[in-house]
Write a new protein. Structure first.
Length: 469
């Protein structure tokens, strides 16, 4: 078979990009056409074979893939902590793939290196740090794990050479913290028993008094406290832990404070909402995911720290990679401050998006999202059949459908059935989760296509489905 016609293939793909991007917000379309795994397999020729196919056949596969995928740019897409797609972000993603480099050395990625350094410095400055080290990671989960490693190495400097028994360590997290912290503890040998969950208040914020008590009790055991992980924007409620009080405890106890602001970091763009992270400048490290509220294409995640040399020390074993790192470059080679070797240039799409938006554009977008979240909150409070299940702080709104004379189990089953039917119908997507054993719906406003009509239609959809269920 002759080589594939690259011109036909690329022209076809770019035409599909233009068409899909232009139409991705159409309300007349479904967010997702519900198909079972078996139906998808029957429709899409997934198996690879000995013989190649031509450009036209490949483009047909692309069409099928797009048509059967979830439309995450749809104005009714309210499910995860991300959504939407900006033109600038798409440009950054395309250029990243087009240049196809790995950002571990200045030699291989000269421009990308400077772009990443600029983004790290700018994000760190927004957190209130005069100097900052940082790296882009494969997501907030890995950024949190890297922070835990930094905390361990700070407490036990010989860990990198002599090793350490993870079962002798303890980390402290909110009971509403992200599940990735348990995975990180597993990887580091700390185990789930070493992850001490701290009680939250009625608004889902970590209680400083409970944290202090837990640290005091831990010091009486064989485990050594090495890290407190506060959350700015919890996964379910969007709550912000009180950083000033927590940081004071950490300072007096000489414990590393990490802030998981994967969701909430973007509040720092708004003088109206930046108070939510008051005290972040006192943290030892910070996770921030621009692919969440800022709408940069997935993945775009960072780990930042004001401690000069911390990342370099934790990743110092790269000195043995004589085949990669050469002079000049020690002050530029980003592979020296990353756990990864091969690493794509995720900073580029953030940089291009930031150039297109400016600080003013980001501020406007964040405040618009929070205005929409407030609007949704108000509409729920006005509806006698809906119930707000938690106070709202950020873009998360926790609610449930609540007719009279149903017990907790019946309410849980009803709301689960509403959500299942909603996903099956495909007009909306939202999360199903729990708060203290009560099943709730958790729409999140993190998608630039969402507007007040989206919210009004979403609430109408709940009522429509509830009547059927």
């Amino acid at each position: 078979m002759e080589p594939i016609d690259q011109a036909t293939l690329l022209e076809g793909v770019f035409e599909r990009i233009r068409t899909h991007f232009a139409c991705n917000g159409y309300r007349e379309e479904k967010v997702r056409e519900w198909l079972t795994p078996e139906q998808i397999s029957e429709s899409l020729d997934i198996a690879v074979k000995d013989d190649a196919i031509d450009a036209d056949e490949l483009l047909k596969l692309v069409d099928q893939y797009i048509s059967m995928s979830v439309n995450t740019q749809h104005p009714n897409f309210l499910q995860p902590l991300w959504g939407g797609l900006s033109a600038a972000g798409l440009v950054g993603e395309i250029v990243t793939v087009l240049t196809n480099t790995s950002v571990y050395t200045w030699e291989l990625a000269p421009v990308a290196t400077l772009v990443e350094q600029e983004m790290v410095a700018t994000l760190g400055a927004m957190a209130g740090w005069e100097s900052v080290e940082g790296t882009f990671t494969t997501g907030g989960s890995n950024a949190n794990m890297l922070a835990m490693i930094l905390a361990r190495d700070q407490a036990f400097p010989n860990a990198i050479t002599s090793g350490i028994n993870g079962s002798e360590l303890a980390v402290f997290v909110s009971e509403d913290s992200h599940y990735s912290l348990l995975m990180s503890a597993h990887v580091l040998g700390i185990g789930s028993e070493g992850v001490i969950k701290i009680e939250t208040d009625i608004d889902g914020r970590m209680k400083p008094s409970a944290l202090q008590q837990a640290i005091t009790e831990c010091r009486k055991t064989s485990r050594t406290p090495v890290c407190v992980i506060a959350t700015s924007g919890t996964t379910v409620r969007g709550a912000f832990d009180p950083l000033e009080e927590i940081s004071s405890i950490c300072k007096s106890e000489n414990i590393w404070l990490h802030v998981d602001a994967a969701l909430g970091g973007a509040c720092l763009f708004s003088s109206k909402h930046s108070h939510l992270m008051k005290g972040v400048e006192r943290a030892d490290s910070l996770t921030w995911d621009p692919h969440k509220v800022m709408g940069v294409p997935i993945t775009c995640s960072t780990l930042l720290t004001p401690h000069a040399g911390a990342l370099m020390n934790t990743c110092s074993y790269v000195e043995s990679a004589h085949y990669l790192f050469h002079e000049p470059g020690i002050e530029y080679d980003l592979g020296r401050t990353s756990l990864q070797c091969g690493r794509r240039v995720d900073a580029l799409k953030l940089w291009i998006s930031w150039k297109a938006e400016g600080n003013t554009g980001w501020k406007k977008q964040i405040e618009h999202y929070l205005e929409l979240a407030e609007y949704l909150e108000d509409e729920v409070n006005k509806d006698s059949m809906l119930e707000l299940m938690s106070s709202r702080t950020f873009t998360n709104v926790c609610l449930r459908y609540r007719p009279q004379n149903l017990d907790v189990t019946e309410l849980n089953n009803l709301n689960e059935a509403i959500r299942q039917k909603m996903i099956f119908d495909g007009n909306f997507m939202t999360s199903l989760t729990q708060i203290k054993g009560q099943t709730i719906l958790r729409p999140v406003i993190c998608n630039s296509a969402v507007d007040k009509k989206s919210i009004d239609d979403f609430l109408s959809e709940i009522h429509r489905i509830a009547k059927d269920v």
